[in-house]
Design a protein around this ligand. Structure first.
Ligand code: NAD
Length: 344
């Protein structure tokens, strides 16, 4: 693949910073765009420092600023977009749905319009397993043709932008113009850069593995396990944990595989589910001590099991997860120990 100049939205966030560095190390140029509403300037600076000289830069801007983004893309001769910028907390989306629709849908629309203004016709979009809602038990592991019925505004806003992209492709085809996109629906993302240059610092943290590590390191009181009466092997919820280093590799491959005109839809997971108890046990093995935790009642809207069927992405892109859960936990634990205040 020819080297690209990729605009990475959400480049100061967890996954976006890892993707930006992976792209730069794969020989592409990268412009990270982030409004720093949730991300960290330190993460973007770490990408610039670690990337080959001159390969990465940061632009403090919102994806909702169509004119600014179009100018950035035009002047930089951007050739593709990787779109990570979003609000990502399920619970918050239920409490503040309009903010989620505004940022995740209207912001993404402005970005897509800016791409049109600047003649950029390729985009890899961060979608999510949350677009599937609560799939019936007989649809697990989840294939891409599983009905998408999100059960919260976060998942709904992500699915809506998948629909926008599909319509944009139809219009481009009708006009005889090139346009292509990949919608990558991730499951639970964990870990950090294997070389320890980047890490995960969500505020507030809602993901199980960093929460376990914070509890292990005494940075929070005991972790609450929400429900132990699910119809699973040990009663706790089962999820599919994909390592961020593997995930960004899927993005780089998807970018290279984008056709002149067309769409790719892939679930990105390992195909193996771990229950909450199994994750706690894995964290305890890595840390050499048990994770302090208490049992609590179920949380409404938590499906009992979400596991990806990874056969489509394996067949199309030759991608499968390489990093085991303990290795992923070990990397996260090391980064969080080396950066007790996260990005500061
Ligand atoms: N972390 C996961 O487990 C997971 C799972 C499935 C999907 N995803 C998706 O992956 C993407 C990245 O997730 P993450 O965990 O890295 O989240 P994150 O919060 O760490 O990163 C998102 C970044 O987007 C930025 N941002 C938000 N709104 C913006 C705007 N209007 N303009 C510019 N920047 C803006 C934030 O400041 C932040 O840096 C999201 O789209 C999320 O929906 C994440």
């Amino acid at each position: 693949m020819q080297p690209q100049h990729v605009l990475v939205t959400g480049g100061a966030g967890f996954i976006g910073s890892h993707a930006a560095l992976a792209l730069a190390e794969a020989g592409h140029r990268v412009t990270m765009v982030d409004d720093l509403s949730r991300g960290h300037r330190g993460a973007a600076d770490a990408v610039v420092a670690a990337a080959p000289k001159g390969a990465a830069r940061f632009e403090h801007a919102s994806i909702a600023d169509r004119e600014r983004l179009a100018t950035v893309m035009r002047t930089g001769e951007v050739t593709a977009v990787m779109h990570f910028a979003a609000f990502t907390y399920v619970g918050e989306s239920v409490e503040r749905p309009l903010e989620y629709w505004s940022n995740n849908l209207c912001g993404s629309l402005a970005l897509l319009q800016a791409m049109g203004d600047a003649g950029v016709r390729r985009i890899v979009f961060s979608s999510t397993a949350a677009t599937y809602g609560e799939p019936p038990a007989d649809r697990i592991p989840i294939r891409e043709d599983c009905p998408q019925r999100p059960i919260n505004p976060y998942g709904a806003s992500k699915l809506a932008f998948e629909h926008v992209l599909a319509d944009r492709l139809i219009a481009a085809r009708a006009a005889g113009a090139p346009f292509s996109y990949a919608a990558l629906r991730y499951f639970n993302v964990s870990g950090c850069d294997p070389k320890g240059r980047l890490g995960e610092d969500h505020r507030p943290e809602t993901h199980l593995i960093p929460l376990c590590i914070q509890a292990l390191r005494g940075r929070r009181a005991a972790l609450t396990v929400y429900g132990d009466d699910y119809p699973t092997r040990d009663g706790t919820c089962i999820r599919d944990y994909v390592d961020v280093d593997d995930l960004v590799d899927a993005h780089v491959r998807a970018l290279a595989a984008l056709p002149e005109s067309g769409a790719l839809h892939f679930n990105v997971g390992t195909g193996t589910g771990f229950s909450v108890r199994e994750v706690l046990d894995a964290c305890a093995r890595v840390a050499g001590k048990p994770v302090p935790h208490i049992m609590g009642p179920r949380r409404p809207g938590d499906p009992s099991s979400l596991v990806a069927d990874g056969s489509a992405i394996r067949a199309a892109l030759g991608w499968s997860a390489r990093t085991g859960i303990e290795e992923s936990i070990d990397r996260a634990l090391r980064w969080m120990s080396d950066h007790p205040k996260g990005w500061g």
